[in-house]
Every structure is written in C-alpha cells, then in structure tokens.
Design a protein around this ligand. Structure first.
Ligand code: CTP
Length: 412
C-alpha cells in the first residue's frame, strides 16, 4: 500500500464540496486538493459562515471553478445553482458540517444555498456525505445526536467525527476528520459493494518468536498486502477484522484491528473469530518454528564459551487449522515462493484443502509497493493483473477482493 494518499481513485467522479462555518474550513482546502489530485471534478459551495473562515478565492484557485456562495447567484443561465450543481454529481460532501447545518438538514430547511442544495439534490444518484466539525459539548448534546440520527435515516453518510484536541482548547469528540482520512472514506463510500453484509478476517505481517526478553526470530514481511486487502474489503462493503503481527502501518479506516506478536498469539486471536466470518484471507508470514524455550532473562555473552544453540519447535498452521474447522469460512491462502510458483501454490491448495491460493514471488514482493499475483484454484490459474504486469498492492488487493466476491456469489 502506497503511503501517498493520492491515487487516481476518483477519476470520472463529479463532486460538490460544500463548506458550512467552522475552524475546520482550513482543512477543506487540503481536502479539495486531495480530491482534485485523485482525479475528481469538484465544484465548491460556501455558506456566509464558511466565508468568515477562508475565502472563496482559495477554493476557486484549488478547484479551477467559480465558487457558489449564494442561492441568488445569477451567473448560471437559469439562475438556479442549487439545482444545476447536483444534477450530474456523484456526491455532495459537506465538510465541515456544523451543528447548525446538521440541524437544518434534519428539518429539511432550505433558506440558504447549502441546505437548499442538499434538499434539492437527486436523492438516488447524488450521495450526501457529511463530515461533522464542532466543539465536543455541541457534538454530545442530545439535540445534535438526534439530528445526526435523523440525517442518517434520511440517507446521509456521516464521516467521523474524530476525537482529540479542539480549536477551543478542549479535548474530545467533534473534530473534523483529517483530509487524508476523509479521502479514504469518500473513496470507500463511492466504491461498488460486492461484499456488503459479509465479514472478512485477515492475518497480516510477520510474527515475532521470542528467544529471550530482547531477542527473537522474525522475517521481512511488511504487512502491506494484508493491510491493502483489509482496506479493499472494507471499500467493498465488508466488516473487516485484521489480525496484525508487529508492523508499522496505519490501520485502514473502518477496520477492526487486533495486534499480536507471536504465531501462538495470532492463532489465539484468529480461532475465536473464524466462525463468525465468511472469508478468511491468510496473508501473514507466520514463522514455521519458534524457540522451544523462552529464556526468562536476557542471554548474556559473558561466561558462554561456545555460542548457544537454539532448539526449535513447530508452530501451529493457522490457515490449515481454520480450513479444517467443521464449517470453515472461505479460506484464501498466500504462497510466497522463490521459484515454480504455480506448482508450489497448487501443492499448498491441496495440502491445506483451500478453495483459493494466491501465489507471489517472495523476494520480489517483501516490503515493496508493487507486486504481481497468480490465483490458483481447482479450475486453473489466473494472473492478477490479467496482463501479468506488476501493479501497486492496493490495486491488486481491489482486484483480488473482486475475485473473492465473484467466487462467493457463485458458490451461493
Ligand atoms: N500460514 C499460517 N500459519 C502458519 C504458516 C502459514 O496461517 N503457521 C499461512 C500463511 O499465512 C499463508 C500460507 O499459510 O497463507 C503459506 O503457506 P506456508 O505455510 O508458508 O508454506 P509452507 O506450508 O510453510 O511451505 P513452505 O514454507 O515450504 O513454503
């Protein structure tokens, strides 16, 4: 998964970014930049209150389009900007959405440009996404919570809010999400949902098998592929549980993460979850062996005449254990090989009794952002991407998730 949040994920999308009043307006400028860099065409609308915080000039420069600030704006031929802007838009994003604006939406008010546009939008073709931003007491107030419930019931998606430091100096829930997080949520909201209602369990990263309190056996897996699959599965509508070995990667938005260190801890985290998930994707590079004894104290070089020898014992195979459950989820294994990819992947498919194994060439993929995969199942082999060229891991993850969803649907 690339750390650069900007990818061409919104090419062809038409968006309206609407700002109500709040300090978080400064973040809307950065969000606009991310949206346009992701390929979206964006029109901007600002309320009078929003213009107290940043100017339309900034937003015009960043969007390359005039900014609409009034329902009386007569520059459009029919003088109806509140109608025109949303007719061919994929989504109307209100960021920041103030407590007042949410209250107005909850009551269907329409006496200024933003709420008027929300009410006049074609409800089935133009999604309404709102990113609340306000003081924590305002957010927690029963009136705001009631209004948020109401706008959700009316079909809006509520992105955030975040918790943390607030402009007023208080700490709590109500901050607007950071622009990168909003971008991730917007891309997810606008993605197809072939895994809606499904639950997906994923293992990722290496394991660390302790020798003593400061040393251990591990490997070079970065966890990037597993994290990318978690993000792609969430985008596709699944509820995702990600069991992660020791890695330094941010948790994909909307994904439940369980951190573990050793193979035993990974098994202990996975087994209670397996029955409640329809799909299990094992991307983790689980250590096959662990030191038979864990030294209570650090092994000291002083006093050792010869280097210590390590006795190893075998770890349980997490994937094979899940696949052997009486009612296993749809199990997807990964095979990292240095040669003979198809043959080794097929051998794992049969030995672990899996419906699908994803092969890749280990040394070419560990820690990198690009990869190429080979899907191996009972019917045959299929390269991903179809032309066999390398692609970034999030692109591959999305293609893999689409393949898994297709197979699940066919198996019904
Ligand atoms: N796996 C697992 N638990 C283990 C070992 C592997 O869940 N203890 C999973 C990996 O997450 C991956 C697949 O099994 O999906 C990889 O197979 P692997 O066991 O690494 O290959 P091996 O069977 O060990 O064969 P080899 O090491 O010889 O390649």
């Amino acid at each position: 998964m690339s750390l650069d949040p900007v990818r061409p994920d919104l090419v062809g999308k038409r968006l309206v970014l609407a700002l109500s009043g709040g300090v978080a307006c400064y973040k809307a400028a950065e969000l606009l930049r991310l949206l346009t860099r992701s390929g979206a065409q964006v029109r901007v609308v600002m309320t009078d209150a929003a213009r107290q915080f940043i100017t339309p000039t900034t937003m015009q420069a960043l969007s390359g389009q005039p900014v609409v600030t009034s329902q009386w704006d007569a520059s459009e031929g029919n003088a109806m900007p509140h109608i025109n802007l949303t007719r061919d838009a994929d989504a109307l994003i209100v960021a920041p959405a103030s407590a007042d604006l949410i209250a107005r939406l909850a009551h269907g008010q329409a006496d200024e440009i933003l709420s008027l546009m929300c009410l006049a939008r074609p409800i089935h073709s133009c999604r309404l996404l709102i990113a609340p931003a306000m003081n924590r007491e305002m957010w927690a107030h029963p009136a705001t919570q009631r209004n948020v419930r109401r706008v959700r019931e009316d079909g809006a998606s509520v992105l955030g809010p975040d918790a943390g430091d607030q402009a007023c100096g208080e700490i709590g829930d109500g901050r607007m999400l950071e622009p990168e997080a909003l971008l991730e949520d917007i891309v997810a909201e606008l993605s197809p949902k072939p895994l809606a209602g499904r639950r997906v369990l994923i293992t990722a990263g290496p394991t660390f098998e302790p020798i003593d309190p400061v040393r251990g056996l591990t490997n070079l897996s970065s966890g990037k592929m597993g994290f990318a699959i978690a993000r792609a599965a969430r985008e596709a509508g699944a509820s995702v549980t990600l069991v992660a070995g020791p890695v330094h990667l941010p948790t994909p938005r909307g994904v439940a993460r369980i951190d573990v260190r050793s193979a035993q801890q990974m098994l202990d985290a996975v087994l209670p979850q397996a029955a409640s998930h329809e799909v299990f994707v094992a991307t983790a590079a689980v250590a096959d062996w662990r030191p038979a004894q864990l030294a209570e104290h650090k092994l000291k070089k002083n006093g050792m005449k010869v280097p210590p020898s390590l006795e190893l014992t075998e770890n349980a195979d997490i994937l094979a254990t899940v696949a052997a459950l009486p009612k296993p989820p749809y199990c997807v294994g990964f095979a990292a090989e240095s040669h003979n990819l198809a043959a080794h992947a097929r051998e794992k498919l049969e030995r672990k009794k899996l419906p699908l194994v994803v092969g890749n060439l280990g040394p070419a993929t560990f820690g990198r952002d690009d990869n190429a995969l080979l899907l191996v199942d009972a019917k045959g082999e299929q390269p991903l991407p179809a032309d066999g060229a390398a692609a970034d891991k999030l692109t591959l993850a999305r293609q893999l998730v689409a393949e898994i969803a297709r197979r699940l649907a066919a198996a019904r």
